[in-house]
Write a protein that binds this ligand. Structure first.
Ligand SMILES: [Zn+2]
Length: 258
């Protein structure tokens, strides 16, 4: 009983931490997309009237729901991306906490989730996966290879996983040659190469499959309208998070079929 209470308590705080991070990243990403040279500086303001937001406007998720997604001062709609990033941050931290427990390794996956969320937000807001963020994502893995004392085996595993994005890149280049237009964003393929540092080739394949499925479901739900059309990056990021948190049993089942 005591243990369950402690788990629930830790889960609650992990979700809060994730939601706060999601809120912060969305704010920074929208400032960055608007061309602000200092996206991490200054107090939070309403994107519409510029009013400085107070503490009660900044409670993740709840402020948005209580004000029904509108600014307290001018009544303008707050972008849905705000709520989505807070919920995504909370869900990501909660799932990672449950998957890895309180361990050293959890640090690596928190940074992984935060960077994927930041990449999803910049892709959503401005259709760009910034190289700086991709490099940070790769650096995070490199640091943890070192900290967790991983050896040659993991490095070789990562080299094998590179085959998936490499094959995809070849396919995309051929498609583009045939179609004469862009078939897949270059940023998405770069992201897959970085993800290959974290995932085995099978996990990477699952990530790609999950990303495509989620993208198709999204297109079906929104009727594929141009206004709501989503770049592929966020789906790829979500696919990667799902694979990290619950891909193990899926792959075990699949390879058990043979
Ligand atoms: Zn306002």
């Amino acid at each position: 009983m005591e243990e369950q209470l402690l788990t629930a308590y830790l889960c609650f705080w992990l979700a809060v931490l994730g939601a706060v991070l999601g809120s912060f990243l969305d704010c920074a990403a929208s400032r960055w997309a608007a061309g602000d040279p200092h996206p991490f500086q200054g107090r939070s303001r309403c994107g519409s009237c510029g009013h400085t937001l107070g503490a009660r406007d900044l409670v993740p998720v709840f402020s948005f729901l209580l004000r029904r997604g509108r600014c307290r001062y001018c009544g303008a709609r707050i972008p849905a991306r705000c709520l989505v990033s807070e919920l995504a941050g909370a869900a990501a931290f909660l799932c990672l906490g449950l998957r890895f427990g309180l361990s050293l390794e959890l640090g690596q996956w928190f940074a992984f989730a935060a960077l994927l969320l930041a990449l999803s937000l910049t892709d959503w807001a401005a259709r760009i996966l910034p190289d700086k963020l991709l490099l940070l994502l790769a650096a995070n893995r490199a640091v943890w290879f070192f900290v967790l004392g991983h050896g040659v085996r993991e490095v070789l595993e990562a080299a094998k996983a590179f085959a998936v994005p490499a094959a995809l890149l070849a396919l995309v280049l051929i498609m583009e040659k045939l179609l004469g237009r862009e078939a897949m964003g270059g940023g998405d393929i770069k992201l897959l190469f970085v993800l290959a540092l974290y995932l085995s080739w099978a996990e990477l394949f699952l990530t790609l499959l999950a990303g495509c499925l989620l993208g198709l479901i999204w297109a079906a739900l929104t009727g594929g309208k141009a206004k709501t059309a989503m770049p592929f990056g966020p789906f790829l990021a979500l696919g990667a998070m799902l694979t990290v948190c619950c891909g193990g049993p899926v792959l075990e089942w699949y390879f058990g079929l043979f």
